[in-house]
Write a protein that binds this ligand. Sequence first.
Ligand code: SAH
Length: 481
Amino acid sequence: MTPGLYLPGIKINRGEMILTITNTYKPATDLGYLLHKHPAKLQSVDLSVGQAHIFYPERSEVKTTVCLLLDIDPLTLVRKSRDNTGDGFMLSHYVNDRPYVSSSFMSVAIAKAFSTAMNGKCKEKPELVDLRMPFEISLASLPVPSGGEKLIRKFFEPLGYEIELNRINLDEKFPAWGESRYFSIKMRNKVTLRDLLTHLYVIIPALDYHKHYFISGDEVDKLLSKGDRWLKDHPAREEIIRRYLVNIASLSKNALKRISDDDEIEIDDEDEKGEEKIRKENLHAKRLKIVLQELIRTGAETIVDMGCGEGKLLSLLLKEKQFARIVGVDVSYRSLIIAKQRLKWDDMPSRQKEKIELIQGALTYRDSRLKNFDAAAVIEVIEHLDPERLKSFERTLFEFARPAHVVITTPNSEYNVRYNNIGENQLRHEDHRFEWNREQFRGWVEKIAERYGYKYRVENIGEIDQEAGAPTQMAVLSYGN
Ligand code: SAH
């Protein structure tokens, strides 16, 4: 199952990452002084969720290579994420999330293993600190999202790196399985070691985008101190900052302001509100209001918001006294972090905190945490599921979790012609896997109602166009009386 990458004696698993740095500047063994790590010894540093090992697979006057191997213990990772729930913010990782988080641990590992070098200190040979040396860097098993190759080049090339990229096959014995989201990268650059390390520290997590820890104001400080010699002049600095800070606009703005001499800094057009964007936001607000009314009308006291995203519905639910227990579930860790901020979790009175819980989880797996709710909201979520997973979702929700009431919304594809920025055969959002017309949605709801013993109603949300119908369609399903 592993991509089968080999380094002297080590087979790399998908969740492990390995970084090697090779120096050919004579005497190449100077690398050991610079890193403050003795070339003859295997050394290890503890990370909160495993270890990082540092060793030199190759060392001579002409060529010396140091290797940093990240070894994350999946069980500790799961346990840790549970332990960290102290304030009730539950994040239960699945073991198979491990590959997705390894890259942010790589930054932590670099900072821990090579902190002296990163800070530009070298006791024995201080003259080496500012010396640019010809380094060769290899990174195995780097997780990168789609479009990753462009991003890798965009982030590293302006800093002088020459790059060779290989996407790793899911399994080299079965090329038909296709390519994974893992890259192995070789890079060359003539730089100082301290710059090289800070480049990796900032860019690796910016590429991966999934973070294992909460984003706080500290992250901005860390980013700015590590990037202080180069980030300001990087042509993709906005994107690096935004991705490093997991796209939380307030933090990114703060960081950008602080590195810029220009107070007028604007983050790219994502922040600019086009007409269509305002229209979309208005529709979403309307949709949530209607969903809220439906949920109130059911008389439900406990609600699970499936695919809660950034927590907009949760914050409306929280204001209603009727709801005694509210749980938000989403597969996206990043969204949950934003939801937590939106709910002003840290300042919430404890009585409210007891009412609400955020859980990381996938809706396509049976999950006992989703059971025993009076009602479930599934707002603009089904169209994000792969059609072949829809069946598992149906069973998870209607057969296993089985709330008495379910409110589901999804776009009406017929209405897309009324949007100026959506072309023919295009979907409303790049992450949508499908969009249904009115007949398809009604057909699906009808089938489900029959199969699982629910009564149903289908409603329109938004302005109704005579031909195309309303932009959003909603189904309310209930069993019992
Ligand atoms: N309900 C929210 C968010 C809609 S966006 C709102 O109306 O504002 C769709 C959300 O579904 C995203 O947050 C996405 O992370 C989540 N999602 C997609 N597939 C999922 C899955 N398999 N399990 C859980 N959540 C999923």
